[in-house]
Design a protein around this ligand. Structure first.
Ligand SMILES: [Zn+2]
Length: 317
């Protein structure tokens, strides 16, 4: 009798253990890498490379300025649980990320750990200051221009960096990550042919941009950004600076203004009206407009808008 009772107890204990395991097992058995990307363009590439083996959260919204993201309470919790943190690498997040990382208390995502990915590694950064840096040069871009992802060829380098980190942290998935990274790069090459062919007729077109966001994009597709509405990165324009930009538009056959959707409408509209050229609201980040659902549709959208505006212009002329 006592033996029976003991066995029943053991069975109950075992059943309890199984129940507990089943209850919590779903998260324990979910061996997916917990990936946090600072911006949704990085998040999109991480999803393409990681597939089912990763779960990706992007901190910044696509509609935000990546330099000035408002931290939300969930950020610290998300960073605390991260296996991987992918950041720009050229300090686009310098104004908001460091205190969040400090508060998240997660050893795995500290600088130098395999879980901390610098997307820019291996990218040739433009606009690196040559002399000493001080605040008279603007608030951002002190490590060079961080908007390199708008050049699709740089997205291939970023995909390689992300794949290398995933492989190091989850070696069982190495073949999957490698295959997905190669597929991503191949798709970039295919799309590049299409994007280049669409943009080629307009090579050398002069534009004004709000911020140096489209520096790499313009360079890749042969557009000439001859002035910025911001006098320095992150610094609001004075009326005098705006006047000089308007004069530039009038004197130098500028065809359009490129501004991200979140830039102040009044300023952009004023320059557009005075200069007599259209404004194109072009997103930098995935999710910046509803059509930009992933990295490819982001570039698709921007190329399509530019080509459509220039085609219309030449038809009108
Ligand atoms: Zn910037």
């Amino acid at each position: 009798m006592r033996k029976d009772r003991k066995m029943t107890l053991q069975k109950t204990f075992l059943a309890g253990l199984i129940a507990v395991f089943t209850l919590f097992g779903s998260s324990t058995l979910d061996a997916r890498l917990n990936v946090v990307a600072t911006t949704p363009d990085l998040g999109s590439i991480a999803e393409a490379v990681g597939g089912d083996r990763v779960s990706v959260t992007s901190l910044a919204r696509g509609t935000e300025d990546a330099h000035f993201v408002s931290p939300r309470p969930s950020f610290i919790r998300v960073l605390n649980r991260a296996d991987v943190l992918i950041e720009n690498g050229a300090e686009i997040e310098i104004g908001w990320l460091p205190p969040l990382i400090a508060n998240a208390r997660n050893r795995d995502i500290q600088t130098g750990r395999p879980g901390r990915v610098m997307a820019s590694e291996g990218v040739s950064l433009l606009d690196i200051p040559s002399g000493p840096v001080d605040r008279t040069m603007g608030d951002v871009h002190v490590s060079g221009n961080p908007h390199f992802l708008l050049d699709p060829l740089n997205a291939k380098i970023v995909a390689e960096n992300i794949a290398a980190a995933f492989i190091e942290l989850d070696s069982e998935g190495a073949d999957d990550y490698r295959a997905a990274m190669e597929a991503f790069k191949e798709r970039i090459d295919e799309k590049m042919e299409e994007w280049t062919a669409a943009m080629e007729p307009f090579e050398g077109t002069k534009v004004i941009a709000y911020h140096a966001t489209f520096r790499y994009f313009a360079e890749r597709f042969g557009f000439d950004v001859i002035g910025l509405i911001e006098p320095l990165p992150g610094i609001e324009p004075s009326p005098r600076h705006l006047q000089s930009i308007i004069r530039k538009i009038e004197n130098e056959d500028v065809r359009m203004i490129w501004a991200e959707p979140f830039r102040p409408s009044r300023t952009v509209q004023r320059v557009s009206t005075a200069g007599g050229v259209p404004v194109l609201r072009l997103p930098e980040l995935v999710g910046g407009v509803p059509e930009a659902e992933d990295y490819f549709s982001l570039i698709d959208y921007n190329v399509r808008r530019i080509v459509a505006a220039l085609d219309t212009n030449s038809a009108d002329a």
